[in-house]
Design a protein around this ligand. Structure first.
Ligand SMILES: Nc1ncnc2c1ncn2[C@@H]1O[C@H](COP(=O)(O)OP(=O)(O)OP(=O)(O)O)[C@@H](O)[C@H]1O
Ligand SMILES: [Mg+2]
Length: 254
């Protein structure tokens, strides 16, 4: 885990990032920063470029232009594995647990992949499952878990050996409001108790606004607004581009 005295120097920062797929720009000149101990929201309509941004920050997609810096070091051409070892973890939009393994092994193999011993990895896995209140899942096969448990396990696995940054791509998709609210409290605990810097992508705007210290709004590959909950809710640009169509009835008069 990051040492408290160093946390102010820690950041994961994209600067002027553009990603072109042929002639199509999925991201244009995007600048955003993730800092430890805080939740950062990333919202925007379907196809806005949210997953592409996470891919850039985790080494799955090289930026066409622009830089990605981890604690000041340029990492735009690092592999996903190198970035995970350096402390940047993620979950995927679709679960992606190892379905042939039980829950404990799903976490433990991640630890082994990070270079830790089997025994240290199992100890870390049990610690994280207990922290999340999910110790009872340890021996269960990952295949066939209820999806709320599957998401928790995915987050626990991403948290193996205390990454400094955690990027969550739609962790509440398909959840009821009650389930999403449980998940929101776990995400808050990740930032507050573990000191992790979180980037939260969600279509559930209420969830994002309720837990995020700072929210970025992407539309068609461009950041059109950023700020705290009040700044986002009062933004005409956000209303027009994103909230307008889907949420007019909720935001009017709010
Ligand atoms: N590898 C690729 N090649 C070509 N186009 C791509 C590729 N990856 C993404 N895109 C396009 O880039 C745009 C942004 O996609 P992205 O998946 O980042 O959006 P998103 O905001 O995550 O959307 P959603 O809310 O549906 O998950 C989309 O138009 C998508 O079709
Ligand atoms: Mg996406």
């Amino acid at each position: 885990m990051s040492q408290t005295s160093n946390t102010s120097a820690l950041s994961l920062a994209a600067s002027g990032v553009t990603v072109a797929f042929g002639g199509f720009k999925a991201l244009t000149d995007v600048t955003l920063t993730i800092t430890p101990g805080a939740v950062h929201g990333l919202i925007g309509p379907n196809g806005a470029g949210k997953t592409t941004m996470v891919n850039v920050l985790t080494g799955f997609q090289a930026p066409t232009t622009g830089t990605v810096k981890l604690n000041g070091t340029s990492v735009g051409d690092w592999s996903p594995h190198a970035l995970r070892r350096a402390g940047i973890a993620r979950t995927f939009q679709a679960g992606r647990l190892f379905t042939g393994l039980d829950v404990l092994d799903n976490l433990a193999v991640t630890g082994v992949g990070l270079g830790h011993s089997r025994r240290a990895s199992e100890t870390e896995a049990m610690r994280l499952l207990a922290w999340m209140g999910s110790s009872h899942l340890a021996e269960l096969p990952a295949a066939g878990l209820p999806y709320t448990d599957e998401r928790r396990v995915g987050i626990a696995r991403a948290l193996m050996f205390s990454p400094d940054f955690l990027l969550l791509d739609e962790p509440a998709a398909g959840m009821s409001e009650a389930e999403a609210s449980d998940l929101a409290s776990i995400i808050k605990r990740v930032s507050e108790e573990l000191g992790t810097g979180v980037l939260l992508i969600e279509h559930n705007v209420g969830l994002v606004l309720s837990v995020s210290h700072h929210v970025y709004v992407l539309d068609a590959g461009t950041i059109i607004e950023e700020g705290d909950k009040d700044a986002i809710l009062s933004s005409q640009a956000v209303r027009d581009a994103y909230l307008g169509a889907e949420h007019t009835e909720h935001t009017e008069g709010a």
